[in-house]
Design a binder for this molecule. Structure first.
Ligand SMILES: Nc1ncnc2c1ncn2[C@@H]1O[C@H](COP(=O)(O)OP(=O)(O)OP(=O)(O)O)[C@@H](O)[C@H]1O
Length: 357
């Protein structure tokens, strides 16, 4: 299926490798989030797609057309890609309808068709009742919806969103996340969404590309990132919990493996490669007076309906959920259920093996 694809794309800025060999394909109609810490290359990848930057090497293709690479470069205005920025960039002197209509006026679309398409875009974004207002008379969330409607009206081949909710308060962000998801369901647009907010990425996207240091560490569904991270960075960056080094591991068999960690023999899920680390999510730990793991509570915070406990064992820190408040310093016993064991490619054990090979 045609869509947006990146093949071995790299970009260097004055000695900084902003993108380092990006390979990824986004299917037509897919909603993909780019997630990662500040400086990992998310915005650069988005700007390359929009045509505001030129890759040093590699190829960017949209629906089979090479946008950049192999001696070709399609100018931003010829890509038909919609962009929604964090700052809404609306014309202050135009009404909501005037702002949304503007891209069609630039393209000299006849007035009757313009009116029809503007009405449709306003309807899709829930703005029909506000068509005659000026941007100054709107809330932040409404302004962002105008920006989305203005981007959509041009019927773009793909929509790029650069931290579109970063300026909004928490409650509004949640409402706008729902608006984006509903919008995606109704239009089926291919969407690439940059964020450093993992809750947003996991809630909205069909798949999430977790980036670090100009590379994609893992590109998978939100469930796979949470349940089966491929390395220590993804395990630690996505979701809550603990990542601990294994003291030893048996041979994996049928997706299970016996590992040594926390002074115990533990059965874990795995993908077949000899594991080096264990990812333990809070819901995999149970407070259990008969459990084999001894730990001491070092922090307890209320999370609405439950408490989040940070627990120290001999050498490792764990995170668990509890229905009742625990006292800092309190000793507890825990049992562990089906954690995920994985092989971190950068772990010293793997590096030693590669050197010896
Ligand atoms: N025009 C530029 N000139 C020099 N360095 C740049 C330029 N644009 C980006 N960089 C560098 O490239 C790297 C990637 O930047 P990028 O903006 O893509 O990161 P990001 O993941 O979007 O970060 P943030 O979440 O903070 O926006 C960073 O180290 C950044 O300093």
């Amino acid at each position: 299926m045609a869509g947006l694809s990146f093949s071995d794309v790299s970009k260097l800025f004055a000695g900084t490798r902003a993108l380092d060999g990006i390979d990824a394909t986004i299917a037509k109609g897919e909603f993909v989030a780019l997630l990662g810490p500040s400086g990992c290359g998310k915005t650069t990848l988005l700007r390359l797609t929009a045509g505001f930057e030129i890759p040093d090497s590699g190829t960017v293709t949209l629906d089979g057309q090479v946008l950049a690479g192999a001696g070709r470069f399609v100018a931003p205005e010829d890509r038909n890609i919609g962009i929604v920025f964090q700052s809404y960039a609306l014309w202050p002197h135009k009404t909501v309808a005037g702002n949304v209509s503007y891209p069609l006026e630039v393209r000299r679309i006849p007035a009757a068709e313009r009116r029809r398409r503007v009405a449709e875009a306003l309807e899709l974004t829930g703005l029909s009742a506000l068509a005659d207002r000026a941007p100054a008379q709107l809330s932040g969330g409404q302004r962002q919806r105008v920006a989305l409607a203005r981007c959509l009206v041009a019927d773009p081949r793909a929509v790029l969103l650069d931290e579109p909710l970063a300026n909004l308060d928490l409650a509004l962000r949640a409402a706008m996340q729902e608006a984006f998801a509903a919008f995606h369901r109704r239009t089926g647009a291919t969407m690439l969404y940059v964020t450093h907010d993992q809750t947003e990425a996991l809630a909205l996207a069909d798949r999430v590309a977790v980036m670090e240091g100009g590379r994609i560490r893992q590109f998978a569904s939100p469930e796979a990132l949470y349940d089966r991270p491929v390395d220590c960075f993804v395990a630690g960056f996505v979701g809550d919990g603990a990542v601990i080094a294994l003291a030893g591991a048996g041979a994996p068999h049928a997706g299970r493996v016996a590992v040594r960690a926390l002074g115990q023999e533990i059965e874990a899920r795995c993908d077949g490669a000899a594991p080096t680390h264990l990812c333990i999510r809070p819901e995999q730990l149970r407070i259990d007076p008969a459990g084999p793991i001894r730990a001491r509570v070092s922090a307890c915070t209320y999370q609405g309906g439950r408490f989040r406990l940070v627990l120290e064992t001999e050498g490792d820190t764990l995170v668990a959920h509890a229905p009742a408040r625990a006292r800092v310093g309190e000793d507890m016993r825990l049992s562990l259920h089906s954690p995920w064991a994985f092989r971190d490619p950068a772990s010293p054990a793997v590096l030693r093996m590669l050197q010896d090979a």
